[in-house]
Design a protein around this ligand. Structure first.
Ligand code: PEP
Ligand code: MN
Length: 361
């Protein structure tokens, strides 16, 4: 195939573009797949950087663990042919060296690496004396300190261009998302490090393609600087993360249909600020509902034990202890006693109703 050879744009300048859009397959699989994805993404005119996983840290053994170093020349060719700079995930110092050897423009540290300070340090040591942008995904668990720690290790290695990627947090029993967004944590990172690039990763938050758009829109409404979304020429047959990938053309449509919020709000400033806050409220409310639903499931398990042992649903001592604890906590958190009482009454009644159903079924 004849392709005009373009020089990739200066990555440093590119990282300042808003919104910054990164897309490409979860994993590089074949030379043809990498090339076709790159060309089709470039043809949409909506993508700034091509992503592809070369080494895949999989939660369970036995799944595809990445094509390895052999895929790096494929990326190098795709970069030349499409003009798109490329980004690759690195988890070890050796991977940093290999990626840089093959002209990778941007590196990212994955969620399973950010949790491990030894691995992050190994990556950081290999970055010393190198001028390459590094994006750091949040750790899989909701711990801002680990995220900050990874950023500090990379910064101490002398990397000037650091960005953050919010990809959600793994949580037991969550059903709607593969990784709960816990937007408030990303918002807190933005508040603490307003100068850092903050990108949202709807693909790994959703784990499925049907809700990618709403998460992407939420991120844009929360003033994220960009998006990283996985795309594949044949999403259903992708070797990893098949359910969450979209075709390059669909990616292009998604980016076109997002309601981009203008930065310059002038007279609409007030409304824009309000909208952001309302989004935060909606997201927090969604999380509260999910947590409440989990709480009711625990109450139901207790109901089963009570039924087996034939004891009463209401245990006044336990209820008093819960309330005392809530008042003390509420006071520290700035919640009035009146509110805490009303809220716990409602939650307690709902628990009783759930247990009632179990015990008298
Ligand atoms: C990925 O980007 O394909 C990936 C493995 O993501 P995460 O580190 O967020 O799980
Ligand atoms: Mn993936």
């Amino acid at each position: 195939m004849e392709q005009a050879i373009q020089q990739p744009t200066s990555v440093e300048a590119l990282l300042k573009k808003r919104p910054l859009i990164i897309s490409g397959p979860c994993s590089a699989e074949t030379e043809e797949q990498v090339m076709q994805t790159a060309l089709r993404l470039a043809a949409t005119g909506k993508v700034d950087i091509l992503r592809a996983g070369i080494w895949k840290p999989r939660t369970r053994p036995g799944s595809f663990e990445g094509i390895g170093t052999k895929g790096l020349p494929w990326l190098q060719q795709a970069r030349k042919a499409s003009g798109l700079p490329v980004a690759v995930e690195v988890a070890t110092g050796k991977q940093v060296e290999d990626a840089l050897h093959f002209d990778v423009d941007v590196l990212w540290i994955g969620a399973r690496t950010t949790v491990n300070p030894f691995s992050v340090q190994d990556v950081a040591d290999a970055l010393r004396g190198v001028d390459v942008p590094v994006l750091i995904k949040n750790p899989i668990n909701p711990d801002l300190e680990l995220w900050i720690g990874a950023m500090e290790r990379v910064a101490k290695a002398g990397i000037r261009n650091i960005g953050l990627i919010h990809r959600g947090f793994s949580s037991y029993g969550n059903t709607e998302y593969r990784n709960a967004p816990m937007w408030h944590l990303a918002i807190e990172m933005k508040r603490r490090y307003p100068e850092l690039l903050m990108i949202n990763d709807p693909s790994h938050i959703c784990g499925r393609r049907d809700i990618l758009m709403e998460v992407a829109q939420t991120a844009i409404d929360l003033d994220f600087d960009g998006l990283i979304i996985e795309s594949h020429i044949d999403p259903d047959n992708a070797w990893s993360d098949a359910k969450q990938q979209v075709t390059p053309e669909r990616l292009g449509e998604m980016i076109s249909s997002i309601r981009w919020r203008s930065e310059d709000v002038a007279s609409a400033e007030y409304h824009a600020a309000l909208e952001k806050l309302r989004q935060q409220i909606n997201n927090l409310d969604d999380e509260l509902m999910q947590i409440l639903s989990q709480r009711m499931k625990v109450a139901e398990s207790i109901g089963n034990y009570k039924k087996e042992n034939n004891i009463t649903i209401l245990q006044t001592n336990r209820w008093n202890a819960i309330l005392e604890r809530a008042f003390a906590k509420g006071e520290k958190l700035g919640l009035s006693k009146e509110f805490v009482t009303k809220y716990f009454d409602a939650v307690h009644m709902e628990s009783i109703n759930h247990q009632n159903k179990i015990m008298n079924s």
